[in-house]
Structures are given as structure tokens and as C-alpha cells.
Design a protein around this ligand. Sequence first.
Ligand code: GTP
Ligand code: MG
Length: 199
Amino acid sequence: LFSGRVDFLLSAPALKFLPEPTVPEVAFAGRSNVGKSSLLNALTGRKSLARASVTPGRTQELNFFEVGDPLSFRLVDMPGYGFAKAPPAVVEKWRRLVRDFLRGRVVLRRTLLLVDARHGIKPVDDDMMKMLDEAAVGYRVVLTKADKIKASELAEVTARTEAEARKHIAAHPQVLVTSAELKMGIDDLRAAVLEDALI
Ligand code: GTP
Ligand code: MG
């Protein structure tokens, strides 16, 4: 499916701009700069499907991508959170958009919660996990940028993250480890997304 059609559909700055809920969706969430856009690009084998940026907080909208011909499911790049310099009004707008999307989106099958492997789960990630728990949206924690740390540190952060995930009702117990840079863990991620979207 990923080797077939993958197209950008639209960017929704508010819920009224969402596409019709006609096919299953899998969303990507995580802190600003965690590597959501890069991982989406690696997953779909496209170089710049989702815009990857060096400026944190560039993705402010819900970005929809369509996979398959005929259309099979959609991927949703959610706006990043935890950007220190964001004004309170922007944070509040983000919170409302994301919370209402998670609560109300009937076709949303699963969310992938991306966490930087160098940092592990931070308080802002834990808040996001609580929001997902409350919205009853199942999610998998995905460690990103695994190429940035040593194998021993990676094993340690993976174990720690799995222990954290087990404390959350809607979290999948298994944590996926990836690097968009090295194309590491991408096949497993692809399999997980297909399973989440289509089963
Ligand atoms: P926002 O949309 O701004 O919230 O960011 P994002 O989560 O979409 O992150 P993005 O994909 O734009 O990546 C942020 C920065 O991290 C970029 O400079 C990427 O090149 C870098 N990056 C992303 N993935 C990896 C990775 O696997 N390894 C390394 N070393 N760098 C990465
Ligand atoms: Mg992005």
C-alpha cells in the first residue's frame, strides 16, 4: 500500500475543515521537533511529503495524507506540542483542536505517539498520554532519532518507556524504536500502521 499512492490531501487549522470521515485514520502525535514529519516521509518512502523543518512548531494544523488507490486509509500529522516559546493562547488553541479531534473523530483507529529516544517520556508527553487515555484512543509509543544515542542507552530508554506505557490504559505495551535518518524500524512501523488502520 505504501509503495502505491500516497498523497497530501489537506491541512485543517480547525475541526470544520476536516475531511469527511469515510476511511480509517492513523494519527501521528508528539512534541515539536520530535521527528513526526521525517518519520511520515520515511514510512511512505517519500522525500518531502510532510514538510520536515528545523524550526520547532512549524506544523500548526492537522495534515491529512491519503494512502492507496482505491483510497484505503489516511495518515494524520498532528501539530506538535511542548514548544517552550508558544504563547498561552496558541497552546490553548492547540489543546482544544487536538482534544476535540481525538474525542470526536469516529474513524480514528490509533495514534502513534512519537517520543525522542534521547529524552524518553517527558511531562508534556505524559499529559498527551492522559489526553489519549481520556479520549479512549489507543496508541503506540514510538521512539524517534534512535541513531542519536548508543545501543546501551537505547535499550535502557526503551525499557523505561515500556514501563511508563504500561501505566496507561490506552497505550500498547510494546514500544517501537525508529530512526528516520537510518531507516531503522520503518518496516515494523509500517506493519503496525497497516494493522492499526485495517484491522
Ligand atoms: P514539527 O512539525 O515542527 O513539530 O516537527 P516534527 O516533529 O515534524 O519534526 P521534523 O520531522 O521536522 O524533524 C525535526 C528535526 O529533527 C529535523 O532537523 C530533522 O532532520 C531531525 N530528525 C528527524 N528524524 C530524525 C532521525 O531519525 N535522526 C536524526 N538524527 N535526526 C532526525
Ligand atoms: Mg512536522
